[in-house]
Design a protein. Structure first.
Length: 149
């Protein structure tokens, strides 16, 4: 296992530090996702690519989620998890994509329910923040349990 060191502090076996860094990385990924969601939503809305607001919301959610997942994966491999420690890298990458896809499905489902007038009818940005918080729990637990050490 490679050492995890930040500012001269070795936190390789310090689970509290790893969880803290996961939350920092996840928080920055969430901010990136929310910002991208806003930009994609406004951009797609102004270009009239989709005829329904729900389609625009789901497309913007998908693009923002995919971008922030890549960012999150790279930073977590640097600061939190030991890449290649439990699975060979190809299998690890496949598992990350599976977990991320499940997370995206949760994200899309939650966005649909939160924004749909037939259900909660919440503001898209408020819905995005709530959905992100719920999906973060899934992401951390699944990565910790099944993918990385």
């Amino acid at each position: 296992m490679g050492k995890k060191v930040i500012f001269g502090f070795d936190y390789t076996n310090n689970e509290y530090m790893k969880l803290s860094l996961y939350l920092v990385v996840g928080g920055s990924a969430a901010l990136l996702e929310w910002g991208l969601f806003y930009l994609f939503f406004k951009g797609l809305s102004s270009m009239l690519i989709f005829s329904l607001q729900t389609e625009t919301i789901l497309a913007a959610t998908t693009m923002a989620f995919a971008s922030s997942t890549l960012y999150h994966y790279i930073l977590c491999n640097i600061f939190v998890f030991e890449s290649g420690s439990r699975h060979q890298r190809g299998a690890e990458l496949s598992l990350v994509f599976i977990v991320s896809t499940i997370g995206l499905c949760w994200n899309l489902l939650l966005m649909y329910f939160f924004t749909s007038p037939a259900f909660f009818g919440l503001n898209p940005m408020v819905s995005k923040i709530i959905a992100s918080a719920i999906v973060t729990v899934w992401n951390y637990l699944s990565r910790k349990r099944w993918i990385f050490k």
